[in-house]
Ligand binder design. Structure first.
Ligand code: HEM
Length: 538
């Protein structure tokens, strides 16, 4: 990891650069020996068998045989770009994070993705999109690993394997490759009704973006910011695209998926190459860090809930510009490793049980996907801050560590690493009460409301958007084989809105059921009801 090997931006320098960048004048072996033939293997005579002795043949084929690494277990298909984030300084009062001070510019790498399809699947499927940003700050890497939908399917990470098993292709035929239209997905989201809100967003136009450049991004969870005085504020992160939010209609998405499965990937790369650099403003909704972590009746630890912007406006805190395409898809887009636990001083997590599970999952999966514990040394993952850890050895270790005493304190290495004070250190626990230390698996009662926010979302839609939602549910449920799944799908819709349910039921040729939750349970909290009155558009 020494500076003699890599530049501050993680690019190989010095003697290694030529070898790693493949820019020498001659074709060579991996060891640098020049080659005079790469098209013919060594044989016992022109028509004879091939000889095991041929080192170049074996090296070339062996390396090729091992070119692929496992695709991500989710978000396997993606496209990425480099850029820069410029802070407005407007968050400096609520966080001590250095990269959010006024005027600071921070290099970033952003990977957009679909969730469920494999690496080779089409871009314009109906699905959630990942929006993951790596900030290479002077104080370490900060990753904001979000989606283009502000809520999630589940409230507790322990269900993540289940929702993904249900959403991935059926295990027998591996069909379909995308989220659309299959029984296991609809079986899960109608049995776990906390998924209703996210599913409704998926069935809306947000499920088929026009372009990565025209998507919002959301950190989804509530995070905790800490300022220089130690005061804390709860926030939700939002990315707002300068180009506005646009979608494809279903028929367009079908055509583009067929005619150009790389539609979103191409669009992003072409725009950047043409100098039309996409931009997003980063903003935060802020909430007082109260003991109950509720805001206007909304549980801030429930990742299936939003806080409407009318109740908590999004305050802009900086501008991100994507201005360079990756030069190598594998080295950068494929090998980048994001983690919600990559935090810098001034940004902390909350007790959202979905977020807490994610803190475990990302490093764990990357140990397999990227072959051991040293993937942080890959150029795309390298921090731009100085590294002085005590992590040693392991598969694919590329650093030549100096010294003999990788522990602290020590009296042998002629200078033991200092510890940061509370003002500059990261991962400092914000003192907080842990209520009723009794082991429970139950969630808070406020997590039980699964329908009031979906109802609010439906009421906020224009007539055209409603038509699209009805068509999407009718198409998707219509493709399910099991009658019971279709009927449960209608039951969920009845709990959101009678009109929505009636229209989809008519499309499916089935009776519309009565709601099973009392209307009072679906009525939003007093502050939200007022919004509901403003929002209906018909
Ligand atoms: C990957 C977002 C929930 C496990 C990703 C990626 C994004 C993302 C954007 C792709 C990163 C990239 O481009 O490389 C989210 C959001 C969530 C969520 C916004 C909820 C708010 C979860 C949960 C788990 C999980 C609950 C597990 C308990 C994973 C794994 C990967 C992944 C294993 C693959 C990572 C890799 O191979 O590098 N997620 N995710 N995610 N996520 Fe999540």
């Amino acid at each position: 990891r020494g500076p003699d090997t890599y530049s501050p931006t993680g690019q190989p320098t010095g003697a290694r650069q030529g070898r790693m960048a493949q820019d020498g004048a001659y074709l060579t072996t991996a060891q640098g020996a020049r080659l005079y033939d790469t098209d013919h293997s060594l044989k016992a005579g022109p028509r004879g068998p091939v000889l095991l002795q041929d080192h170049h043949l074996r090296e070339k084929i062996t390396h090729f045989d091992h070119e692929r690494i496992p695709e991500r277990v989710v978000h396997a298909r993606g496209a990425a770009a480099h850029g820069v984030f410029r802070s407005y300084g407007s968050a400096a009062g609520i966080t001590k994070a250095g990269f959010l001070a006024e005027g600071v510019e921070t290099p970033v790498f952003v990977r957009f993705s679909t969730v469920l399809g494999s690496r080779g699947s089409a871009d314009t499927v109906r699905d959630t999109r990942g929006f993951a940003t790596k900030f290479y700050t002077d104080e370490g890497v900060f990753d904001l690993v979000g989606n283009n939908i502000p809520v999630f399917f589940i409230q507790d990470a322990i269900k993540f394997p289940d929702v993904i098993h249900a959403g991935k292709p059926h295990p027998d035929r591996e069909i379909p490759q995308a989220q659309s239209a299959h029984d296991t997905f609809w079986d899960f989201v109608t049995l776990h009704t906390e998924a209703t809100h996210h599913t409704l967003w998926n069935m809306s136009d947000r499920g088929i973006p026009r372009s990565y450049r025209m998507m919002e991004g959301f950190g989804v969870h509530t995070f905790r910011l800490v300022n220089a005085e130690g005061a804390t504020t709860l926030v939700k992160f939002h990315w707002k695209p300068k180009l506005g939010v646009h979608s494809q209609v279903w028929e367009e998405a079908q055509i583009t998926a067929g005619a150009d499965p790389d539609f979103h990937r191409r669009d992003l790369a072409d725009a950047i190459e043409a100098g039309a650099f996409p931009q997003w403003e980063l903003g935060v909704q802020t909430f007082p860090d109260t003991e109950d972590q509720m805001f206007e009746g909304i549980d801030l630890l429930d990742p299936t809930k939003i806080v409407p912007e009318e109740l908590a406006p999004v305050r802009p805190i900086g501008l991100m510009t994507l201005n360079a395409n990756p030069s190598n898809f594998f080295a950068e887009t494929e090998q980048v490793a994001f983690h919600v636990g990559h935090l810098v001083p001034g940004i902390d997590v909350t007790n959202d049980p979905l977020l807490q599970g994610r803190l475990f999952s990302y490093l764990d999966t990357q140990l397999t996907r990227l072959g051991g514990p040293n993937f942080g040394q890959l150029p795309i993952n390298r921090t731009h801050a100085p590294v002085n850890d005590m992590l040693r050895d392991g598969m694919h270790q590329t650093a030549v560590h100096r010294g003999v005493a990788p522990y602290r304190p020590n009296s042998l290495d002629g200078g033991c690493p200092f510890l940061a004070g509370a003002d500059t250190g990261a991962y400092i626990e914000v003192p907080a009460e842990v209520p009723a230390a009794r082991k429970v698996r139950d969630a808070a009662a406020s997590f039980d409301d699964h329908f009031s926010q979906p109802r609010l979302f439906w009421l906020s839609m224009s007539p055209t958007e409603r038509e699209h939602i009805v068509a999407a549910y009718t198409f998707e449920l219509g493709k399910c084989w099991e009658q019971a799944v279709k009927e449960r799908g209608l039951q969920v819709l009845a709990n959101i809105d009678a009109d929505l349910c009636r229209q989809v039921a008519a499309g499916l040729g089935l009776p519309a059921p009565e709601p099973t939750v009392p209307p009072a349970a679906v009525e939003p909290s007093p502050a939200l009801s007022q919004l509901g009155e403003q929002w209906p558009v018909d």
